[in-house]
Design a protein around this ligand. Structure first.
Ligand SMILES: Nc1ncnc2c1ncn2[C@@H]1O[C@H](COP(=O)(O)OP(=O)(O)OP(=O)(O)O)[C@@H](O)[C@H]1O
Ligand SMILES: O=P(O)(O)OC[C@H]1O[C@H](OP(=O)(O)OP(=O)(O)O)[C@H](O)[C@@H]1O
Length: 212
């Protein structure tokens, strides 16, 4: 029997947008749709096993060789400084990194700024490029709260529709970089399972074309 290829798929938003693409690629992902609280799914008609995990863990499983393929946001790959080999940009989960704050924030102020973010590395890199030393406070979610409740002068976060910023009266002061969902592979797996992995990539490329 062929060995199964393990695919770590980021659960939540990425999972919701990736499953339809996998279906168009011809994979039977019904078991994942019917998941309830299960986390591991052997696909019935193909040699792939889907594993649902949090984004930062997808990266960890991949770099430790626990899975062969990861489907994860480029925000997470950049934050973890992950050098996993990227095979494909799925063109979904699109959003942007921004610097935002209340309208009275002065980005040119020379006072040492306090920045709230889920992405300390990206934030550090951004300000370092501008020659600015800032204090970074790591926040786990609802990052928009930080400047509103006086925890930080500004935030570095991702935005898609802009609704969260707008509804909380926050303004964008700069755009850092674009984000989308990527298919990444463990280089060792690519050597061992080249055919199965490239077959999946070809099918996904076809699905992306069919959807556009
Ligand atoms: N507003 C957004 N629009 C589009 N893509 C997003 C947005 N927020 C996050 N993403 C992408 O989806 C990935 C997973 O985000 P998601 O919100 O599902 O998980 P999360 O941030 O860990 O939230 P939670 O803790 O609620 O599970 C992110 O790493 C990013 O690539
Ligand atoms: O521009 P929008 O379309 O409004 O999307 C932006 C929001 O989406 C993400 O949060 P998420 O929903 O992942 O929740 P979180 O705050 O718990 O991370 C991000 O951190 C913003 O808060």
């Amino acid at each position: 029997m062929t060995e199964r290829i393990k695919i770590a798929l980021t659960k939540g938003r990425v999972e919701k947008q990736t499953l339809p693409l996998l279906e168009v690629a011809g994979l039977n992902v019904d078991p994942v749709y019917d998941k309830q609280r299960r986390l591991i799914f052997d696909l019935p008609d193909d040699p792939y096993t889907i594993i649902l995990a949090k984004g930062p863990d997808v990266s960890t499983y991949l770099s430790n060789g626990a899975v062969d393929i990861g489907i994860v946001g480029s925000d997470i790959l950049a934050e973890q400084q992950d050098d996993a080999y990227e095979l494909l940009d799925l063109g979904i989960g699109k959003c942007q990194f921004i610097l935002a704050s209340t309208p009275d924030f002065n980005p040119k102020s020379t006072k040492r700024k306090v920045i709230g973010t889920k992405y300390p590395h990206i934030t550090q890199e951004y300000f370092a490029k501008r020659g600015e030393d800032v204090e970074i406070i790591k926040i786990e979610g609802s990052v928009e709260l930080a400047p509103l409740i006086g925890l930080a002068d500004a935030i570095v976060d991702i935005t898609e529709t802009g609704t969260t910023l707008r509804e909380n009266n926050l303004k964008i002061f700069d755009y850092l970089r674009e984000v989308s969902t990527r298919v990444v592979v463990n280089p060792m797996s690519l050597k061992q399972h080249r055919n199965e992995i490239f077959d999946l990539v070809d099918r996904l490329e076809g699905a992306i074309k069919a959807k556009s």
